[in-house]
Design a protein around this ligand. Structure first.
Ligand SMILES: [Zn+2]
Ligand SMILES: [Zn+2]
Length: 430
């Protein structure tokens, strides 16, 4: 076997090193952030030191040398690198039906403070203090809804933002303040407020309100934040608390009680099969820690599943939360952003995780903006419109220019802008 530039008789790794990183010890690699120098082919990269990175940025070439796997092992820490260069975005263009169904709603819909599409093609909207259902002819009032007054968050550019969501059967709706503490649930059929929501006053300004409907055992249930580190499940028609358990508390210096959760819940995403909950929350350093756990286990086996149950997975410690993420199906999910990069935004792309064991299956560059999934494909909504991705190939299948869906309902992506409504049936277009 040939002698490599790193000084070892061994097979060469795919990744090359600049001369300054050849023979670097573990301490050198972790004390000085280095660059992953992308080669323009998928996520393939070489490694170079900061000095060499500055030369590359200045338009110069640098020399790179082959090294063995042992010499590369010291650079495996995902927290100590920055990106340099550009990844390659794969394209495998396919022909598909780009037809968009369009509707024009009454002009009053453009005044909505919050809205969400219903499966039947109508729209639920908050107009002033009224929850109204719009069709193309007009609107009818469902209920009057008033949230308690609360202060604007005193934090960077975050604003109290009312948001509406509906249950899968469109019979129940929740109105909550993202980056705020209050919300209400409305029984649409009975046209009345059925319960109120309050997640307390400890840092609600950091996250959208944690709230989601799901189906379990033939019932529609609601998960909702009741404290910074606690989620509860209630019957949204009656307000009956289902996830009855004590709230472990402790003060610094005391011993931590069992099931105490040191985690700020964030935006919630339910898997399409209603089996899993994904939580875009964070912990003090601060770091973003997307976390998921099994809903069935929570409901039927272990009331502490959301705190420290055996199905709970949290494989990423990142610099961000409130980031795009979506379920693909009941087995896989996608989280936006490639690699931790202290000073800069993470590289646009998707990381795909296996739900059950929390392992990262793949990562590829390209997807940017809001994420949606439909079981087989990933959709991202960038500034130019919708982009469609094959998750297995890590490749772009196509685009729909100027279509920027902001909702997904029953196999369709829906864009509501002003009083215009457009729907693309993703599941029937390929
Ligand atoms: Zn160097
Ligand atoms: Zn070596």
């Amino acid at each position: 076997m040939a002698l490599l530039p790193c000084g070892h008789h061994a097979p060469a790794s795919q990744i090359r090193l600049c001369e300054h990183l050849l023979g670097a010890a573990q301490s050198d690699a972790t004390e000085t952030a280095h660059y992953r120098f992308l080669r323009g082919v998928r996520m393939d990269y070489d490694l170079c030191c900061r000095n060499c990175g500055d030369h590359v940025r200045g338009g110069e070439n640098i020399a790179l040398f082959e090294a063995c796997e042992t010499c590369l092992a010291v650079f495996s820490d995902p927290d100590y690198f920055h990106w340099l260069g550009a990844p390659g975005i794969e394209e495998r263009l396919v022909v598909f039906d780009q037809h968009l169904e369009t509707r024009q709603f009454p002009a009053a819909l453009a005044n909505a403070k919050a809205l969400t599409p219903l499966a039947d093609g109508r729209v639920l909207a908050l107009i002033g203090d009224e929850m109204q259902i719009f069709d193309e002819e007009g609107a009818r009032v469902v209920a009057r809804v008033v949230l308690p007054d609360e202060r604007e968050p005193n934090w960077s550019n975050r604003r109290l933002t009312p948001r509406l969501l509906v249950s899968g059967n469109s019979r129940l709706a929740a109105l909550i303040n993202d980056y705020g503490r209050y919300g209400v649930v409305v029984d649409i059929e009975q046209q009345r407020v059925s319960m109120s929501l309050d997640r307390g006053d400890y840092h609600p300004e950091q996250t959208p309100f944690p709230v989601a409907f799901f189906e379990f055992g033939g019932r529609t249930l609601l998960v909702h934040g009741t404290d910074w580190n606690r989620l509860d499940v209630s019957d949204p028609r009656t307000g009956e608390l289902i996830s009855v358990r004590p709230s472990p508390t402790y003060k610094s210096g005391e011993e931590r009680p069992a099931h105490y959760l040191d985690y700020f819940h964030g935006r919630l995403h339910v898997s399409p099969d209603d089996q899993w909950m994904l939580d875009d929350g964070w912990v003090w350093h601060p770091v973003g820690v997307p976390t998921w756990w099994n809903l069935s286990k929570w409901m039927s086996e272990n009331v502490w599943e959301s705190e420290d149950g055996e199905s709970r997975r949290a494989p990423i410690y990142g610099d961000y939360w409130n980031i795009p993420m979506t379920w693909l199906d009941g087995r896989r999910l996608a989280i936006a952003g490639l690699g931790s990069d202290d000073d800069n935004a993470p590289l646009a792309g998707a990381r795909i995780f296996q739900v059950e064991n929390g392992e990262e299956i793949s990562a590829f560059a390209g997807p940017d903006g809001a994420f949606f999934g439909d079981g087989t494909r990933l959709y991202s909504v960038g500034s130019d419109g919708l982009e469609i991705w094959d998750v297995e190939a890590g490749a772009r299948l196509g685009r729909i220019a100027d279509f920027r869906p902001n909702f997904q309902i029953e196999g369709a992506l829906v864009e509501i802008s002003g009083s215009s409504w457009r729907r693309w049936n993703s599941s029937e277009s390929f």
